[in-house]
Design a binder for this molecule. Structure first.
Ligand code: ADP
Ligand code: ADP
Length: 226
């Protein structure tokens, strides 16, 4: 099944200046795709269009064969480069936010938050405040918050770019483990060739602005991926 389908998608921020596209893209359900391209080519814009946070100037975006604008509330989890945590709330409180906004029952919130924190390795830090956390831990909170609603599609916008190399590598490994367990559709934006090849099943290389697909290739793996 196709989870994400873009057809003839462009985005112009100012009259006549195209920042992205035209872009045709199909991402299969459960696939892990990396979007690789130079700064300013429109990778973040592409994710925002897929998330329904912005409208394309032309073309169509479909999620699970429905227009993106009419997607279900929890179809998508988004992880930004900045963890953007509420500083006054504990790790648990930050991860619970999307469920609170959706007015989920208390018991369900507690169970789902515990599950998400366990998955990202933060069970013992549940009561900590963001200022007590390292950059890597903050990113784990951000990932847990994106997963807590059990979205079909996970969009990640250069999530580990600000982390030191060792932390980044640990997070890469943990993200891979998570993906193998959960089989979410993942679109992962990165500047890193290493990261794109290490994590994904398919690397999509974009041209400089306005970003179009310059090349794509499937990543060979010596491990069974399904
Ligand atoms: P990338 O994520 O690949 O770095 P972006 O999607 O952030 O690229 O931006 C693509 C282009 O569109 C850039 O030239 C950027 O300056 C421009 N752009 C992005 N967002 C806006 C906006 N809200 N208003 C005007 N221009 C924007
Ligand atoms: P990235 O880290 O993906 O390169 P940017 O730093 O290009 O992101 O953009 C960060 C934010 O600033 C985005 O929300 C984008 O919409 C906005 N932005 C980027 N370029 C412009 C611009 N030229 N005018 C207005 N907003 C912009």
């Amino acid at each position: 099944a196709v989870a994400v389908r873009l057809r003839g998608v462009t985005k112009c921020y100012r009259q006549g200046v195209r920042a992205l596209g035209p872009l045709d893209l199909d991402v299969a359900a459960g696939e892990f795709v990396a979007l690789l391209g130079p700064s300013g080519c429109g990778k973040s814009t592409a994710l925002r269009l897929i998330a329904g946070l912005a409208k394309p100037s032309s073309g169509t975006v479909e999620l699970n064969a429905h227009p993106a604008a009419r997607r279900g509330e929890h179809a998508i989890g988004f992880v930004f480069q900045e963890p953007t945590l509420m500083p006054w709330a504990s790790v648990r409180g930050n991860v619970a936010l999307p469920l609170r906004l959706a007015k989920a029952p208390r018991a369900e919130i507690a169970a789902r938050v515990d599950d998400a924190l366990t998955r990202v390795g933060l069970r013992d830090a549940a009561e900590a405040l963001p200022r007590e956390l390292s950059g890597g831990m903050k990113m784990r909170v951000s990932l847990a918050r994106a997963l807590v609603t059990d979205p079909d599609i996970l969009l990640m916008d250069e999530p580990f770019a600000a982390l030191d190399e060792i932390t980044r590598f640990r997070l890469n490994n943990d993200l891979l483990t998570l993906w193998r367990e959960l089989r979410k559709t993942v679109i992962f934006v990165t500047h890193s060739v290493f990261e794109s090849v290490y994590l994904s099943q398919r690397v999509i290389v974009m041209t400089p602005k306005p970003g179009r697909i310059a090349a794509e290739f499937h990543v060979a793996s010596d491990e069974p991926r399904d």
